[in-house]
Design a protein around this ligand. Structure first.
Ligand code: 0O2
Length: 201
């Protein structure tokens, strides 16, 4: 069983490498065509076994290769950080129109923020993993958000780590209010960018 899980994790690593190549090509082409790069930076990670076990536990499943494949969508995670909300949707559409990737699920937490205030756009995609004599498929989660949303999520992540069982009300309330501030700031920055674009020669 342990070697099955190791084998599966190796495949996810190859899958991430392939996904990175595909996304790089997609973004480079967009940047050349539009003379504009909508992306600030990209982060990638493979979920740790401990986090996978936690997620399976929460969903009521035991650790098996099949349960990982079926129920953990974000073993492979890519986070794309953009400056402006308009860039986030531009990237979402770019990925959705890319024939090589199949979208399994999408979650617009920008239009519909989570209860905590979390905002981001999530695409769950199917990724091909080309092995010696066959192709297998895995899943990856692509999170697309602005720098401001990422700032909020990164602090929220630290808060969740510090208070794994019960986040104090005052911290929860502050984070909820700051999520609203972030939304307002993102819209102001977008408007300012539109004004700046008027001055482009
Ligand atoms: P980590 O440590 O980032 O890997 P699903 O994946 O759909 O089966 P879930 O958890 O309901 O199950 O999906 P959801 O809510 O779309 O969340 C997936 C990921 O989004 C999370 O992965 C986080 O990365 C991020 N996320 C969702 N809600 C929040 C939030 O309130 N705050 C922060 N900071 N991030 C959030 P993991 O595995 O929970 O965490």
């Amino acid at each position: 069983m342990e070697s099955d899980i190791k084998g599966l994790m190796n495949k996810y690593e190859y899958g991430l490498e392939m996904l990175q190549v595909q996304l790089n090509v997609l973004i480079k082409e967009y940047t050349k065509t539009h003379n504009y790069n909508p992306i600030e930076h990209v982060k990638t990670r493979i979920k740790s076994i401990d986090s996978i076990i936690n997620k399976l536990n929460k969903k009521g499943y035991e650790l098996t290769p099949n349960n990982i494949y079926e129920y953990v969508y974000d073993v492979v995670g890519v986070r794309i950080i953009c400056s402006f909300i308009s860039d986030v949707y531009e990237i979402v559409n770019l990925i959705k129109n890319f024939k090589q990737l199949t979208i399994i699920k999408e979650k617009d937490y920008i239009e519909n923020p989570k209860e905590s205030g979390y905002t981001s756009y999530h695409l769950i995609v199917s990724i091909p993993v080309y092995l010696n004599n066959r192709t297998e498929f895995g899943k990856a989660e692509i999170q697309i958000r602005t720098i401001a949303m990422d700032f909020w999520a990164s602090l929220d992540h630290k808060i969740q780590y510090k208070f794994p069982n019960d986040i104090p009300e005052e911290v929860k309330n502050a984070m909820y209010n700051y999520a609203i501030d972030i939304k307002n700031l993102d819209h102001k920055m977008l408007e300012l960018n539109k004004i700046m674009n008027k001055y482009k020669s």
